[in-house]
Ligand binder design. Structure first.
Ligand SMILES: Cc1cc2nc3c(=O)[nH]c(=O)nc-3n(C[C@H](O)[C@H](O)[C@H](O)COP(=O)(O)OP(=O)(O)OC[C@H]3O[C@@H](n4cnc5c(N)ncnc54)[C@H](O)[C@@H]3O)c2cc1C
Length: 396
């Protein structure tokens, strides 16, 4: 039976980046994904500057620059035409990149690492979790394989998480995402920004991933989903048309690839470890995509996961107690963004307050810029002061 230092289930950004880091630290990994790449994934496709930095560290920036579209900040728009926009501090840029390209590039980098045994089109099944000092064991492509550590990098509805008894309860009125890509004549905008159209019962994110290709992600509560049943594309186009401006152009543009829906989003397990088990990326806990952080967090925190595992290998200790460092250190890293996401999400639940906040941000661009600095992973949440709270809520 083949034996590895780690079995990583899922070769999305979390699993592939962790495999790259472990392999480069001298550890052998089986990295398996049920999908064949390139594959589509419902996502807003905007990577925050902190995530872009990780791609650079992993040696992928050059490969992605031919596919990605840098963006300098965010623009919020209201149905009444109000707009608030700000750029990331210090000229930093995020990257809009089609997940087909991003994930395929990460997987391709993994395929070049001698320490990674990459299996695509291979669903991992029949999990036996590590227990009483015995390693974890799984089936992949009909073969049984073993490792002292099993890593669940299998996304927001993680089967590894479920097998470990860590699946959180499903919310009754969770949020869902609808995603698609549209081809169009290049927009005549000086600087590229991700644009967020804030409506009373949904938000629409548009992220240019090439001068003539835009990713659209619409976020909506389950109670508003009925209109989308059986007519995803028509309803998406209708909402784009109603939003107007850039969205209006996209409503009449050629769709490229599928229109897909995904949810419920933002599921958070109580912990991201157990004996011989780590959960990473969305499996470890997804933030609502309203602040567009998931990719960046997956990439940044896989560095912490790698450090915790390297330490566990050195000690030969894969107990839940040892691996609990991961849950603790991850929680610390995520805390600020989780807080910001909660504030933005709770504003979005109160349309009049949300509209007032966008108007206030339009009047207080410095506050908006400081908030973006936190969202971008560039500034700690402590960099926000009372003035920023007043700026957001009262526009003073
Ligand atoms: C509507 C929407 C908009 C978003 N917008 C943004 C945004 O603008 N910016 C941003 O940073 N983030 C955004 N996100 C979040 C982002 O998409 C996720 O955080 C990110 O995909 C998490 O990566 P991951 O590697 O953890 O999981 P995934 O990308 O979901 O990858 C999981 C992989 O596991 C594989 N898998 C699952 N089960 C098995 C199995 N049993 N065996 C083998 N393989 C398996 C799957 O095939 C998949 O390839 C958005 C999400 C949604 C839904």
């Amino acid at each position: 039976m083949a034996h590895y230092d780690a079995i990583i289930v899922g070769a999305g950004p979390a699993g592939a980046s962790l495999a790259l880091r472990l392999a480069r630290a001298g550890r052998t990994c089986l990295l398996a994904d049920g999908a064949h790449f390139p594959r589509d994934k419902v996502c807003g496709e905007g990577i925050m500057p902190a995530g872009v930095r990780v791609l650079e560290e992993l040696g992928l920036r050059a490969a992605l620059s031919e596919h990605g579209e840098p963006f300098c900040g965010i623009r919020y728009r209201l149905p009444d035409g109000t707009r608030a926009e700000a750029d990331f501090p210090n000229g930093a840029t995020g990257l809009g990149v089609w997940r087909r390209a991003l994930d395929e590039r990460l997987v391709r980098a993994a395929s070049r690492e001698p320490n990674i045994d990459l299996r695509l089109g291979s669903w991992v099944r029949d999990l036996r979790l590590a227990a009483d000092g015995a390693p974890a064991e799984v089936s992949v492509g009909g073969e049984r394989v073993r490792a002292p550590v099993l890593v669940g990098a299998d996304g927001g509805r993680s089967a590894v998480r479920r097998a470990a008894g860590l699946a959180p309860p499903l919310p009754r009125d969770g949020r869902f995402g609808v995603g698609a890509h549209f081809r169009h004549a290049p927009f005549a905008e000086g600087r590229t920004r991700v644009e967020v159209f804030v409506h009373a019962d949904h938000e629409i994110y548009t992220t240019p991933v090439a001068p003539d290709l835009t990713c659209v992600a619409l976020l909506v509560r389950r109670r508003h989903l009925d209109a989308f049943r059986g007519r995803l594309e028509e309803e998406l186009r209708a909402r784009l048309r109603a939003a107007g401006e850039r969205c209006g152009v996209l409503a009449d543009s050629l769709r490229v690839g599928p229109v897909r829906a995904l949810g419920p989003l933002g599921l958070q397990p109580a912990r991201a470890h157990a004996d011989g088990l780590l959960l990473v990326g969305d499996a470890a806990g997804a933030l609502d995509p309203i602040t567009g952080e998931g990719l960046s967090l997956a990439l940044v925190t896989s560095g912490i996961a790698a450090e915790v595992l390297v330490d566990a290998y050195a000690a030969g200790d894969f107990s839940a107690r040892k691996l609990s460092h991961w849950t603790r250190r991850r929680a610390k890293e995520v805390r600020a963004l989780a807080g910001l996401t909660r504030v933005v999400l709770s504003l979005s639940e109160r349309p009049r307050l949300a509209a007032r906040a966008v108007r206030n941000l339009a009047r207080s661009p410095r506050t908006f810029e400081r908030l973006l600095g936190v969202a971008a992973g560039m500034n700690p949440i402590g960099s926000l002061g009372l003035r920023d709270g007043l700026g957001l809520l009262l526009g003073v």
